[in-house]
Design a protein around this ligand. Structure first.
Ligand SMILES: Cc1ncc(COP(=O)(O)O)c(C=O)c1O
Length: 373
């Protein structure tokens, strides 16, 4: 089946007891045993699993072309669980420009537990190969990266990882499974903050790990998920599933709107550079066309001037909202350096835009007045 159909039907079933077309939200924390002491429904306790989570995991598995999926209460805890499945002394390679929250988790917490981490420029394949150690277990990539919008060559990185006996883990949050399929390009595990495009309405946090095969590390991930319980609630799963049914159509609109806004800003005299992989001026535009079928609404601009010039623009917009996050219907604008932890490599004149689902001409008019003298 095609993505538009999978986004609605994978893992879906009409409720057998009521015939309800829309799945009920199963709030029960516990499920009844039969007289023979078995669990005929397969469900035991809500932390282990429940029907809403099972449907969400089946749908994400199908959309990413994997074999199994574990969902979590946020994108951050999904990645944290994967790292918890490693051992002290293991080595992880991660992008120097990765989403800052996950960089903080690695640097501030796991290093104290004996994990060794190298932060590398993932556009430099030789630098990644040189960073590999006999203890390297995971190479983590985020393509495009947030917020510098650097791309990583997934197929080449998979070769490097496998050559060194490591797994390639790809954060696919920004491109979404509609436009990029890392598992088909050789990645072993895909990470998502379902909070963003998958759920798509800025109203529910969530995360997921999807694997291309039954990997031993995934058995540990599943144990941690069930025993630890950092899981999405049944209502979180239900909201995420509801959002996902329109994902392919929303992504098409995010692509078109984002590109219209990026193209406008690229020729504006107050903008130094636009970082958008589907603009021919992006240094990795060819790679974008090679490994992505389209793009989302998230990109960044470098404003001419300093942090104050960038912040000035955020004060003058009306339709764009000054808020963090991305992937929802409302367009957002954010001065990233204001939210990231100290030591972040994000330039001080960088604004990140999450172009939503409004009419692009209204967004252009809003930016035009915000950029006027
Ligand atoms: C690329 C990327 N991965 C992961 C996360 C973490 O997701 P969450 O906010 O759901 O913890 C974010 C959050 O912005 C992100 O941008």
């Amino acid at each position: 089946m095609r993505p538009e159909t999978l986004a609605i039907h994978a893992g879906y079933m009409i409720d057998p007891t009521s015939g309800s077309l829309t799945p009920p939200i199963h709030l029960s924390t516990t499920f009844e045993r039969a007289l023979d002491n078995t669990y005929p429904s397969g469900y035991v306790y809500n932390r282990d699993n429940n029907p809403n989570r099972a449907e969400l995991e089946a749908r994400l598995t199908a959309l990413e072309g994997g074999v199994t999926c574990a969902t979590f209460a946020s994108g951050s805890v999904a990645m944290m669980t994967l790292i918890q499945a490693l051992k002290s002394g293991d080595h992880v390679i991660a992008p120097f420009d990765m989403y800052y929250g996950i960089r903080v988790i690695l640097q501030e917490f796991f290093v104290d537990w004996g994990l060794s981490v190298s932060f590398v420029d993932m556009t430099d394949l030789q630098a990644v190969a040189d960073a590999c150690l006999p203890t390297t277990r995971l190479i983590v990539i985020e393509t495009p990266s947030n917020p510098q919008i650097n791309l990583t060559d997934i197929a080449q990185l998979a070769e490097i990882a496998h050559h060194h006996g490591a797994l390639l883990v790809c954060d696919n949050t920004i491109a979404s499974p509609i436009f990029q399929q890392p598992l088909a390009l050789g990645a072993d595990i895909v990470v998502h903050a379902t909070t963003k495009y998958l759920a798509g309405h800025s109203d529910v946090l969530g995360g997921a790990l999807i694997a291309r095969a039954q990997l031993p590390i995934f058995d540990k991930v599943r144990r941690l998920q069930k025993i630890g319980g950092a899981v999405p609630s049944p209502f979180d799963c239900w909201l995420t599933l509801r959002g996902m049914s329109s994902l392919p159509y929303r992504m098409g609109a995010h692509h078109a709107n984002g590109l219209a806004v990026a193209t406008y800003l690229a020729s504006h005299p107050k903008i130094e550079r636009v970082l958008h992989p589907f603009l021919p001026t992006h240094p990795q535009h060819d790679l974008a066309l090679q490994q992505m079928r389209g793009y989302s609404g998230l990109f960044s601009v470098l404003v001419k001037g300093d942090a104050e010039d960038a912040l000035g623009i955020t004060r003058r917009v009306h339709l764009f909202k000054r808020a963090t996050s991305f992937g929802g219907a409302h367009s957002l604008i954010e001065h990233r350096a204001s939210i990231e932890a100290p030591g972040s490599p994000t330039p001080k004149n960088l604004l990140r835009l999450s172009v939503g689902l409004e009419h692009p001409d209204d967004l252009l008019e809003d930016l035009e007045q915000a950029l006027a003298d």
